[in-house]
Design a protein around this ligand. Sequence first.
Ligand SMILES: [Zn+2]
Length: 297
Amino acid sequence: VSKAVLKSVLLAVGLVAVALPQGNSLRIKPSARSIQPGELVMLTITGPDRIDALRARAFDEDLIPQRVDDRTWQVIVGIDLDVAPGRHGVALRWTQAGHTSTQTATHTLDVTPKAFRTRTLTVPETFVNPPESAQAQIAADAKLIAQAWNSSTDERYWKTPFIAPVPHEANSAFGSRSVYNGQARSPHGGADFASPTGTPIKAPNTGRVVIARDMYYTGGTVAIDHGLGLVSLVAHLSKIDVKEGQMVQVGEIVGEVGATGRVTGPHLHWAVKARNARVDPLSLLAVLGAAGLQTGR
Ligand SMILES: [Zn+2]
């Protein structure tokens, strides 16, 4: 897919921001479902004149701004699940055509509180208090998953809207406080899709496979670096059809739904990080999926 197509896709999101900025200031328009913990936000930034360079930083992470056209840039910001409600700044440093000095601006994200449910689950005891013999694998898995989340390059692998990996309904369990067999564990960092075992799983978008193997808690696991700071992970697969290091195209089958790892039954778990922030995959689809791009929200 050509650069021009991506440009039109990205521009569609920013269409509401047609009014021209006055003077030397930037016009910044957020696209998001809401400004809350666990939400993905895309900022469309329009300059008074050509913007030659733009840097963005939020939540102690350098973000990856992309040029859309001479005056317009976009940057994806993830608001992590555990971000405290309140005002958080996205710091922008930009260089305008004909100016030698760098200018700065701050876009404020007014993060409103979100109440996450608590869910109680019953799973085999080995997934709540794993045996000593499993500790080495659990540690190795954690290291690989951390590397995968950090793998995202400035490379822009995806050129078209994100898609849901399976056609089944997703529950809104993202962010739920999880209690397994009566013991609290980390909050649920993904969306679960009620898909039967054997359902083919599509790559949510183009990218490089950074994990394709069996793991203790997540069972059959595939992680894809989409670039621009976005990484997807699908878990509990019964079958894996890709290899680590290979490229996959949007919609390409990466494996099949299963019930491997710490589960109560067959389903697809899809988790997304945006520059290390845990975001609801459904918020990614709302902003960077076809529907979100059409409505420009
Ligand atoms: Zn899940």
